[in-house]
Design a protein. Structure first.
Length: 208
């Protein structure tokens, strides 16, 4: 390589390497912050856009999280539904359908569950790069180390306190799911009873 070309290549590569190091450091700060959070609650807005149909669905509700591995997503609009993780199983319940889907929680690989659970190991599953600044902090791109049709790329927005304020997932079919979190409150003493789901009488139970 000629000296000038080598110098130009060095200038182009150096910021990328620095950005990668900074991205790893940011992931470490996110994990350290979440390890210190025993529970949290937030308002969420979920926006789903189909890559094939181009249609967009917006849903809103309240999220509760408590370590280890417990979550409750209470959807309020446009349709009421519940997604509950009790640490062993998860339950997806849509009252209008009169149906509950029950699945082993260990099989749940959805990005929001992995990232909000506070269990660490993000860099074991993903490569991290910086995507620039967001409105209130930094934006990260996570790329799965192993091919995953449900997660081609994951984008995180992180505020100055290293809290995750947005998770956006792009899958191999071009579908996008974005979760935006607001009014985040941490270590508020969320009770265990919040994550106990009792299957309503008369509803269909679907396993798996």
């Amino acid at each position: 390589m000629k000296p000038l070309a080598a110098a130009v290549a060095g200038l182009l590569l150096a910021p990328a390497l620095g950005a990668s190091d900074e991205a790893v450091a940011l992931v470490r700060r996110i994990e350290a912050h979440h390890r210190a959070v025993l529970d949290l609650t937030a308002r969420f807005t979920q926006t789903y856009r189909s890559g094939v149909l181009g249609r967009e669905l917006v849903e809103r509700g309240t999220l509760w999280v408590k370590r280890p591995g417990r979550m409750l997503w209470e959807y309020e609009e446009p349709e009421k539904k519940l997604f509950v993780c009790d640490g062993r199983s998860y339950y997806f319940y849509v009252p209008a359908d009169r149906q509950v889907i029950v699945r082993d929680q260990a099989a749940d690989r959805r990005a929001p569950a992995l990232l909000l659970a506070g269990e660490g190991g993000i860099l074991d599953r993903f490569d991290a790069t910086l995507e620039g600044a967001s409105a209130d902090g930094r934006r990260l791109r996570l790329t799965p180390r192993e091919a995953d049709p449900e997660m081609e790329s994951v984008y995180l927005e992180v505020d100055t306190a290293s809290r995750i304020t947005s998770i956006e997932v792009l899958d191999a079919q071009g579908n996008r799911s974005r979760f935006r979190f607001e009014r985040i409150r941490e270590n508020v003493g969320v009770g265990d009873e919040r994550f106990r789901f009792k299957i309503p009488r008369g509803v269909e139970v679907v396993e798996g």
